[in-house]
Design a binder for this molecule. Structure first.
Ligand code: ZN
Length: 564
């Protein structure tokens, strides 16, 4: 198959040379790797093989053209193709959003991203999907419909109907290879818990049975004292089609009557790395603050908080060797930490714990020179010393823990398409609102530290473009920026330079948290929509900030440098 480039060589040069930032993962010379026993080094080799096979699965799930386009680019020796290959690797696919332009960037002419990705027939619309499902339900084919709406099936046409194929069958070739590599890794590793987990995970790749995923997830989430890190991520954010069928009221009613759950499809990802002991000890200290914070939460008598229910939360700080599949689809960003499994997974629903993994190499990568220029352009001089990139980590730890506090999933998911924005915003708000209380109670931070955390966070709220609901983290930033402005916790002087009223931050953020929790408790998508609309207006100062950001050069594309 041949493809025609959609971007000129000059456009690709511009993307690769001035809009791409690199994130360097660890290599064989890394001290923590060299210190490992031989058995664990061997295990890691096989885990990386498994991760590469998971990448192939994710490419197939994402777009029907991915594999053939990748082959086309790899075999084509022209400089144009070599540059296009680098962009393909950045998206880990034929197209992606970059977080600034409103439309996806497409590498080839006529090769588009689809809301249903490759999980569904490529030509199907939300309306047709709903019509077919209604017809199938009316004919009593409830089991088939259930399979079509499962998180772990690929869907194909079958005459006028659809049929679902379980991942273990559709990806049988890749999954049996992955299972085998995991078994070999389990054989070599010196770590007992890892050995156990890998054996269960291997079984989960072989059996058409969500119970097996759940057992594997529970073993994975419980690991706290290991040096090896291996994750199979299953997240459903890429699939934008499945959830949309609920817009059809007739189908919605039928699905409710038959009690059929609508689950967006999981894209697979794989992460391989080594747990950093010192970094992990630091993060673990924050765990002690959770019961204290749960008690400070607004309206705490009106819900059961996750930490009270499970209390099973592990946390590790990881030096990364490989990010593959979903993790490597850098489409407008890359994650610095991730708490899995998600609430929709069987293991969590049946009392299993969660594991929060922080990404060290992602966290460490930043452009010092640009940050300095941003300060000079937009921040009053007296606040410059408080900007410190490392202070962002403290805010992120509070954010991740914030996800474990507040109303449970039944409240959160009731907000529909607004739920992600409200939830990410809640997590930010908890982190900042309680930072001074944590400092006071646990002695973790001095007053100067707090000023550094606040300042660094506020400067991170300087947006590069007006966000939409598909970017919940950026929407959250915008809400907080506008709220801080409206309550005079921050302001801009006549020269458009930022000033911060440090004393006001905890109180203003606590009020914002009260309003936010009330939105979640309302279970009303309309109330969530009104709240978001009220606080996401795009003002003159925001436009000015975005223009400065553009002048300094934005780097929305990411190139992962992998050495294993
Ligand atoms: Zn979050």
């Amino acid at each position: 198959m041949t493809y025609e480039f959609n971007l000129t060589e000059a456009e690709l040069d511009n993307i690769l040379n001035s809009q791409t930032r690199q994130i360097e993962l660890i290599g064989p010379d890394f001290e923590g790797y060299q210190a490992l026993p031989e058995g664990d080094k061997k295990a890691l080799t096989h885990l990386i093989n498994a991760a590469n096979a998971i990448n192939e699965v994710a490419l197939i799930q994402d777009n029907p053209h991915n594999l053939s386009a990748l082959q086309y680019l790899s075999e084509n020796q022209s400089s144009h193709a070599k540059k296009a290959l680098l962009l393909f690797q950045s998206f880990n696919g034929v197209a992606g959003i970059n977080g600034i332009d409103p439309k996806p960037i497409e590498i080839f002419k006529g090769v588009h991203q689809n809301p249903g990705r490759n999980f569904y027939p490529f030509d199907i619309t939300s309306e047709e999907l709903a019509d077919i499902l209604i017809q199938m339900l009316e004919e009593g084919k409830t089991i088939e419909v259930q399979k079509i709406l499962s998180a772990r099936t690929m869907v194909e046409r079958l005459g006028n109907e659809l049929k679902a194929i379980d991942y273990t069958q559709y990806f049988e070739k890749q999954f049996s290879y992955i299972a085998n590599e995991l078994e070999v890794a389990a054989h070599y590793t010196t770590e007992h818990e890892m050995k156990d987990y890998l054996s269960w995970q291997a079984q989960a790749f072989l059996q058409n049975n969500p119970e097996m995923d759940s057992i594997a997830d529970k073993h994975w989430a419980a690991m706290q004292n290991n040096r090896l890190e291996f994750t199979v991520s299953r997240e459903n954010y890429e699939d934008e089609l499945t959830g949309s069928i609920l817009e059809n009221p007739k189908l919605k009613a039928l699905l409710e009557a038959y009690q059929i759950e609508v689950c967006p499809k999981d894209t697979l990802g794989a992460r391989v790395g080594i747990v950093n002991k010192q970094g992990t000890d630091f993060i673990l200290k924050s765990k002690e603050t959770l019961p204290f914070l749960a008690d400070l939460m607004p309206y705490k008598d009106r819900y059961t908080q996750k930490i009270e229910k499970t209390g099973k939360q592990t946390m590790v700080d990881v030096d990364l060797m490989a990010l593959k599949g979903d993790y490597a689809m850098c489409r407008g960003g890359i994650t610095t930490a991730q708490n899995l499994p998600n609430d929709d997974k069987l293991s969590v629903k049946t009392g299993g714990g969660r594991r929060n993994v922080y990404h060290r190499q992602v966290r460490f990568s930043y452009d010092h020179e640009r940050a300095q220029k941003l300060l000079e352009s937009l921040v009053a001089k007296e606040f410059h010393p408080y900007y410190q990139h490392e202070a962002d980590h403290d805010m992120v730890i509070g954010h991740e823990n914030g996800h474990s506090l507040g109303p449970d999933n039944s409240f959160k998911s009731a907000l529909g398409i607004y739920s992600h924005t409200i939830e990410e915003h809640k997590a930010n708000t908890i982190s900042i609102a309680f930072m001074s209380k944590v400092a006071e109670k646990f002695g973790t931070y001095t007053n100067e530290d707090l000023k550094r955390i606040y300042t660094t966070w506020i400067i991170r709220l300087f947006l590069k473009a007006k966000p939409t609901l598909s970017k919940p983290h950026r929407m959250a930033d915008l809400i907080e920026f506008n709220y801080l402005m409206a309550h005079q916790a921050i302001f801009f002087d006549g020269d458009n330079k930022l000033h911060i009223n440090f004393e006001k931050i905890p109180e203003v953020m606590y009020h914002l948290l009260e309003e936010t929790i009330a939105v979640q408790l309302s279970k009303s998508p309309q109330i969530a929509k009104d709240f978001i609309e009220k606080w996401t207006t795009w003002s003159e100062i925001l436009q000015y900030i975005a223009e400065i950001q553009e002048k300094l050069g934005n780097k929305p594309y990411i190139q992962l440098i992998t050495k294993f």
